[in-house]
Design a binder for this molecule. Sequence first.
Ligand code: NAI
Length: 456
Amino acid sequence: MSSFDVIVIGAGPGGYVCAIRAAQLGLKVCCIDSRAALGGTCLNVGCIPSKALLESSHLYHLAQHGFAAHGIDCVEVNLNLAHMLRRKERVVQKLTKGIAYLMQKNNITSVHGHASFIAPDKIQVADRELTAAHIVIATGSAPVAIDCAPFDDIHIVASTAALEFTTVPPSLAVIGGGVIGLEMASIWSRLGSAVTIIEAQPRLLSDMDADCAKTIGNIMRKQGTTIHLDTMLTAATVRKNQVELTYGKHSQAFDKVLVAVGRQAYTEGLGLDKIDVPCNSRGEIEVDTCWRTAADGVYAIGDVIGGAMLAHKAEEEGVAVAENIAGHAGHVNYDAVPAVVYTFPEVAAVGMTAAQAQAQGLQVKESKFPFSANGRALAAGSSEGFVKIIAEATSDELLGAHIVGAQASELIAELALAREYRASAEDVARTVHAHPTLAEATKEAALGIAGRVVHR
Ligand code: NAI
């Protein structure tokens, strides 16, 4: 039997980062994953391959529809989807191999196989038994299925298969107007598919600022995506290589259907019953503020414990748990976790919306600055969207920031830092921002809290 200080189950962003941090702190670490390629959902079938295709499809779309505005005439633009998919695979392979290298470099024992608990300090992987005083569950999440449109992995698919269509589906229905729905709709609509989003709620991106959600919805409609809000899918029938969908008052056939109605904690075959760790009604493992489960020495992090299902949130929890195990004081500031939707333009947020702050009894001030008044955005030809800042009315503390705009994913970092430092809107407003940059819109939005906007 092999013995370790820490066993991490799952080599996604939560698990592998936890393993590396524990090893850095001098602990003997083993990391187990049932996928041969490390990196979990994020690297293999999630964040990274989707970003590769989002970038490629954006360039294709620009060549067709954006370059002419810059005086560049493209006589003929052809899509080589096979090449685009191979490039995506190469990006994924490079990164997953990079994780394998980091595991080796940090002397982490990497085990390939499905892990199952025998006892709180004992794991079985195939015919091998491994023990550790500390075991961290980082098994992530899996797509939620819906009864009326079960996955058949050919016509009705989850996001993994939707990253691997070998031809552009002439028509694609996306069930769910959340993060995955909007990103996948963007990819395939740019590549020429007629995309229809069917969302049950009266709005898109229900966890984000309503103004941002409405703005990106309108922009995506202009880009050619059909969006039905407040609309339930009620039936799906596969017929003649198409899927006949019934939703709201509509009945329509689609070549492919992507179901993106959320993800759920993944604990299948983990043997939680053997260690008396129950899951809650949502299937999540419950933990205390130090990520300890009900079983002594067993911790859980990332998507499997609920909260925001974000790779960077899982990473921070992985670091914090490793530090706690090593006797340090690991901590995650959940008030300063940014979230990004990689549409074009992007949507990004950190902290509270005005509605969330008001629901907590806070008095807020709100300021919004449009990219249409920002020199760099106009020069780049991407002036859609805005930066919105929410501050506490008396203290001026920056409570939240919400952006729709090109490079919002990068712009939000400044505001996450401001939130982490509990900066005031004035701190951001008085920070010198390079000119001309998109980030000047952030400064202007912060200036607006005190009624001091310059360029409007
Ligand atoms: P989501 O929770 O973001 O959105 C699911 C949407 O489906 C919701 O708007 C919901 O109202 C709708 N819905 C639920 N049942 C429905 C039905 N029967 N018919 C029509 N609509 C229905 O879930 P999503 O997009 O699947 O993403 C899963 C998780 O992965 C999220 O927590 C997300 O944060 C994470 N993720 C994050 C990414 C990023 O950070 N860029 C990228 C991809 C995923």
